[in-house]
Design a protein around this ligand. Structure first.
Ligand SMILES: [Zn+2]
Length: 353
């Protein structure tokens, strides 16, 4: 029996530069996350120089690769005038601070861009006194155990150190600070034409897609990926990220035939955006159906982990599977189908009668 072919998003970063739309080049930068082998950095050229979308991970190695890729594409680093970050995950924002520091480029994000340790609302208190983010469940997740009880996401030791350093020493670590925050439907000039900001919360609350009506290009970030579904977690400030994700899927699908190509943050460009959206929605509706069936089978209030066992393969069990299960369970609670009970500091969920 042959092994399952790797998903597109898992492929190692290739050194190839390809033109994926008029004036838009795709470069790939190496990343090392479970299931992800590269992140796409898009290069959009205009008369003033070049804009980058998602310049990869923080650190010297990724920066060096980025500079090499740019050179291969014919751009010295100093020609970068804009860095766009699709959302607040380190494989997307990580390289932005250093590029901006070395070039003076502006950093453009969604209006709601926030790093995981930034307060959800502007704080009344002195920033020095501010503890880690206290989310609506009253924990300091992901630094502490998750609100639903049990184990959290297993960040590697190195990642934990990186995150803590980025939080404590933002200037030293070149943690990026946005200079331009785009509102939904605001336009921005890139590659010599106007692109529309499409606010697409779900994978994160601050996710930004960009649509180019002239050439029909949708930069889809992690919101719509070609062969995997983005992680929908439940531990941020949004009480129902799955509902937001569904709405954001409908929002990009509504562009319909106006989209000739979608450019994801991982994997290859693809053409049938609306079709891909439909299958991602179906995947989550299937998960919700599995949760209802599981709840009926269990017949008693059950933990997130108990539900996750039926939703994910043995190989996929762990903190990420739990947080995604949590988001689905909370969605069903807010829809009035289930109830959360807190028992021995653990959340348990049961179907309503
Ligand atoms: Zn992401």
């Amino acid at each position: 029996m042959s092994a399952r072919p790797p998903k597109q998003e898992q492929e190692q970063a290739s050194g190839e530069i390809s033109e994926v739309a008029p004036g838009v080049l795709r470069a790939q930068l190496p990343i090392h996350f479970p299931g992800l082998g590269h992140v796409n950095c898009y290069l959009l050229e205009d008369g003033d120089g070049v804009a980058l979308v998602d310049p990869g991970l923080p650190g010297a190695a990724s920066h060096k690769t980025l500079v090499e890729r740019l050179r291969l594409a014919g751009f010295p680093l100093r020609r970068v005038h804009t860095v766009i970050v699709t959302h607040s995950h380190p494989d997307h924002y990580g390289g932005a601070g250093r590029v901006a520091h070395e070039t003076g480029a502006r950093i453009v994000t969604d209006r709601r861009f926030r790093l995981m340790w930034d307060p959800a609302e502007p704080p009344d208190v002195d920033v020095e006194e501010l503890p880690d983010v206290l989310d609506r469940h009253g924990t300091r997740y992901p630094w502490s155990p998750p609100p639903w009880g049990g184990e959290g996401i297993d960040f590697s030791f190195r990642r934990k150190v990186e995150l803590r350093l980025a939080r404590r020493f933002p200037r030293l670590m070149r943690t990026p600070t946005p200079t331009h925050r785009l509102d939904d439907a605001e336009t921005i000039g890139l590659a010599g034409r106007d692109w529309v900001a499409v606010h697409t919360p779900g994978h994160t609350d601050d996710h930004l897609c960009l649509f180019d009506p002239a050439e029909g290009v949708m930069i889809s970030g992690d919101h719509v990926l070609p062969t995997i579904t983005p992680h929908i977690g439940g531990s941020g400030p949004n009480p129902d990220p799955l509902a937001s994700f569904f709405a954001s899927l409908d929002k990009v699908a509504a562009y319909g035939d106006d989209v000739s190509v979608a450019l994801p943050a991982h994997g290859h460009p693809f053409t049938d955006l609306a079709g891909r959206v439909a299958s991602i929605k179906e995947h989550h509706l299937d998960r919700l159906a599995t949760i209802r069936d599981t709840a009926a089978d269990l017949g008693r209030p059950s933990t997130v982990r108990e539900y996750a066992r039926n939703l994910f393969s043995a190989r996929a069990q762990g903190g990420l599977a739990d947080s995604e299960t949590f988001a689905h369970l909370e969605h069903l609670c807010l829809a009035g189908e289930m109830t959360r009970v807190v028992d021995d500091r653990r959340y348990r969920y049961v179907l309503n009668d």
